[in-house]
Design a protein around this ligand. Structure first.
Ligand SMILES: [Zn+2]
Length: 351
């Protein structure tokens, strides 16, 4: 077992190797108890489970004990109050250790000549991070994985593109790892799949397609990005750790501008295609600062498939027929984009 603290916001992370939490035990709560404002637990990496405690005041671990109780093992963690200075000193120590053990980022491997263009599907959230949820606990992470599988099936049946997924099961993957996964494989298009929920706004419905922009297209888009960007924080990652902005260089800037144009083109195609399936948000094409769309050289879009807070959307997203319809619309648009813009994507910036 390992534990560490993080700041902004203050969290205590407990990692347990070779551990899977029991099936029916609670996976989190936002009820405040003492210095703990809320907590989540779940699978973090294969064979490693994680508990994240949100802290309302600085505390550190005093001692930990495993207590066997019949068939169960109880983990008892004693917390003690700490000063703000002591807490931030520990945050820095933990961060230094984490950075030292970091695996360096891979390099993009060009696709072999004659290879089919690659589409990377990125089902959002997973493991310890459930994403949005519906009124009966319907989980975004499960819905988007199911739809991604259907899209892959459609694309593979067509046979003209290759498909890979950033995750194929219920595991956590950081936002940066998702982007790196696709960039290292020189994907022609990166498609992140999500579903939103806006409780108190039950009439908001339909799919939206997002691209990256420095300034959000509207307040709701900004809110959506802020929510999706929180995934790493929810899973107990250090937010600034992978914040690596691009070089300030003119060629880089041109590449990035071209990538954004292609992303917008892909987004438009997807929105039109979903519209034919009949479930689009009233302003379906929007943009905001999604971290998962930040690759400077790979067209990237994020699709919010619908709202778990809307009765009609939820019904469509929970039923096989509704998922199929969405997947068909998506697959048709992705194929069209990747096959018809293939030469342009691999060309150098023209402007
Ligand atoms: Zn999401």
């Amino acid at each position: 077992m390992r534990h560490e603290v993080l700041s902004e916001p203050n969290r205590l992370v407990i990692d347990l190797e070779n551990t899977v939490f029991g099936g029916s035990s609670a996976q989190g709560s936002s009820r405040a108890i003492g210095p703990v404002a809320g907590w989540r637990a779940g699978l973090f990496l294969m064979g490693r489970s994680r508990i994240v405690l949100d802290l309302s005041r600085p505390v550190l671990v005093q001692r930990t004990d495993f207590v066997r109780q019949g068939p169960h093992v109880r983990l008892v963690i004693q917390l003690r109050a700490a000063s703000a200075e002591e807490f931030s000193r520990r945050v820095e120590e933990d961060q230094r250790r984490r950075l030292a053990s970091r695996v360096p980022e891979g390099r993009a491997v060009p696709r072999p000549a004659g290879a089919k263009p690659l589409v990377v599907l990125d089902p959002g959230h997973g493991g310890i991070d459930p994403g949005a949820s519906g009124p009966k606990g319907e989980a975004e992470k499960e819905i988007v994985l199911a739809v991604a599988r259907l899209v892959r099936k459609q694309l593979e049946a067509d046979g003209r593109v290759e498909v890979q997924m950033t995750r194929e099961d219920d595991r956590f993957i950081s936002l940066a790892e998702r982007v790196t996964f696709a960039r290292n494989r020189s994907a022609a298009l990166f498609v992140s799949l999500h579903a939103d929920s806006l409780f108190g706004e039950a009439d908001v419905r339909g799919a939206s397609v997002y691209t990256l922009s420095d300034r959000a297209s509207d307040a709701a888009a900004a809110r959506a990005a802020e929510k999706e960007n929180r995934a790493d924080v929810a899973a107990g990652l250090d937010a600034p750790e992978d914040q690596r902005e691009g070089v300030d260089d003119i060629l880089f800037d041109l590449a990035r501008r071209e990538t954004r144009l292609f992303s917008q083109l892909a987004a438009r195609g997807v929105a039109q295609s979903i519209q034919r399936a009949g479930r689009l948000h009233k302003t379906p094409l929007r943009s905001a600062g999604f971290r998962v769309l930040r690759a400077p050289d790979m067209p990237s879009i994020l699709v919010e498939l619908g709202y778990l807070s809307n009765v009609d959307d939820l019904q469509a997203l929970m039923q096989e027929a509704g998922r199929q319809k969405l997947a068909q619309g998506l697959a048709a648009a992705l194929l069209d984009f990747v096959l018809n813009n293939r030469i342009a994507i691999s060309a150098k910036p023209l402007e």
